[in-house]
Design a protein around this ligand. Structure first.
Ligand code: PHE
Length: 458
């Protein structure tokens, strides 16, 4: 532990790594189908409000806590509030990392499989036939060993990046992959918009349909704002802990939320313009990416190329997020237990891969693990993390600053690296207060609904 703590090599490197964590399957897979099914622009407006009011203040909060303590979550809360129960908030983060990465790694494997199918021209026979594409997808994910094979490869790549360290692994790869993701997605969006009929996709995504926006869409938007910004489990605390005093944290946080939101929108544009131009079903839901797109891409000129580019960029987005989740676990064992980076990453990468294999099996691959609140183990892990663990983690982080650590101390750390204080103490207090209250309220609604069947709002 006496070793010098690793540090990011540059300001830009940190911003790309943190936005690499934020930009992931959540942006390219979840956001477009959620918006498609929950009222288009009506959903997007609610989502943007959540990002600005709740997300921004918690991103800043996590960066500040990490940089002040130079420690990952458990050590960070222990340092700021010694001998209290606040360290459990850090443990909640480590637990969330296990839960999220277990299913995230499985989806990462699916994406790799789709890169392979696309490169080898496998989408061609699915052209214009979403039913066959649906069968291919279902047969694959309900298989026993094939999805595990790809999940293991995905997790191995993650482990390899993390073993190479903060600067030599995470930062290096984020600097290569983030610009590539933006360029490829931009190309796909332009391609989609220039297809005849493509612009209808834009009005589907950006025209408000308030009749499709329900109370549960609002809950969904809030939960998703945590997931998409990687908040509530200490990822941003951990990344912040590798920073020096010169970084402007407010600026960095604004960069992260802007890039994350812009990439989600760009993904929506790329997907819906293509889907509309070729007359496929836009309200397909979660199957949009793995079922609709494989039947749509081969209908384009150079379809194999476009399909491959899409799944490859999705793979990079998933990877830069997955490594940030694994880093939370690794950093805990380095900081608190004095383990080496290599030992911590390999051991716990392996444990998470094994839990993930059970997520995959639960979709039908032989071992019958079903019925967690009527969901598969896979869906349950997703539900547990995005509806409870992350929002609760985020809410408690806000309460921690307001009630325990103190906004004055917080402002003191935030100041460092800023030439001029462009955000006031009052505004921070109000934002954190609103964040904690809204999240608390939404969690209550969800708990009443699930446990007692009582709908507090319709
Ligand atoms: N933000 C990532 C995404 O949008 C997921 C994630 C959640 C990453 C929590 C880290 C921590 O896909």
């Amino acid at each position: 532990m006496s070793n010098q703590r690793e540090q990011w090599g540059s300001k830009l490197g940190f911003i790309l790594a943190a936005s690499g964590s934020a930009v992931g399957i959540g942006n390219i897979w979840k956001y477009p189908h959620m918006a498609g099914q929950n009222g288009g622009a009506a959903f997007t407006v609610v989502y943007l409000v959540c990002i600005l009011v709740v997300g921004l203040s918690i991103v800043i909060a996590e960066f500040v806590i990490g940089r002040r303590t130079q420690l990952s979550p458990v050590g960070a809360f222990e340092t700021l509030a010694p001998k209290t129960n606040w360290k459990w908030l850090g443990f909640l983060g480590v637990a969330s990392a296990f839960v999220i990465l277990s299913f995230y790694g499985v989806v990462g494997g699916w994406i790799m499989k789709y890169v392979v199918i696309s490169v080898t021209g496998g989408f061609k026979e699915l052209a214009g036939d979403p039913d066959s594409a649906g069968n291919v997808f279902n047969n694959f994910i309900t298989g026993t060993w094939s999805p595990i094979f790809f999940q293991v490869i995905f997790m191995t790549v993650c482990i390899w990046v993390i073993v190479n360290g903060v600067k030599g692994g995470i930062e290096k790869w984020s600097k290569i992959m983030m610009p590539l993701i933006i360029i490829l997605l931009g190309m796909l969006a332009v391609r989609g918009m220039t297809l005849p009929g493509g612009m209808e996709g834009i009005s589907f995504l950006f025209k408000p349909r308030f009749e499709d926006l329900t109370a549960s869409s609002v809950v969904l938007a809030l939960g998703h704002s945590f997931f998409t910004l990687s908040l509530g489990m200490g990822t941003m605390i951990t990344y912040g802990s590798y920073l020096g005093r010169k970084q402007n944290l407010l600026n960095s946080a604004l960069w992260v939320i802007t890039l994350d939101t812009a990439i989600a929108m760009l993904a929506g544009v790329a997907i819906f313009t293509t889907v509309f131009a070729l007359g496929a079903n836009p309200a397909e839901g979660p199957g949009l990416i793995f079922v609709v797109l494989p039947s749509v891409f081969p209908q384009l000129d150079a379809g194999t190329l476009w399909g491959t580019l899409f799944f490859f960029l999705l793979f990079m987005a998933a990877l830069t997020s997955a490594i940030s989740i694994l880093e939370v676990v690794t950093a805990y064992f380095i900081d608190q237990k004095g383990w080496t980076r290599k030992k911590a990453t390999i051991r716990f990468g392996l444990v998470i891969t094994i839990v993930g294999a059970f997520c995959s099996f639960s979709l039908g691959g032989g071992i019958n693990i079903t019925a967690f609140l009527g969901m598969s183990f896979f869906d349950f892990m997703d539900y547990l993390s995005s509806k409870y663990m992350l929002p609760i983690g985020g809410m408690l982080t806000a309460i921690f600053i307001l009630k325990k650590w103190g906004v004055n101390q917080f402002m003191d750390e935030l100041k460092s690296g800023m030439n001029k204080m462009t955000i006031s103490k009052n505004l921070i207090t109000i934002l954190l207060g609103i964040a904690a209250s809204i999240v608390g309220f939404i969690i209550l609604i969800e708990i009443f609904d699930v446990l007692f069947g009582i709908k507090l709002i319709q």
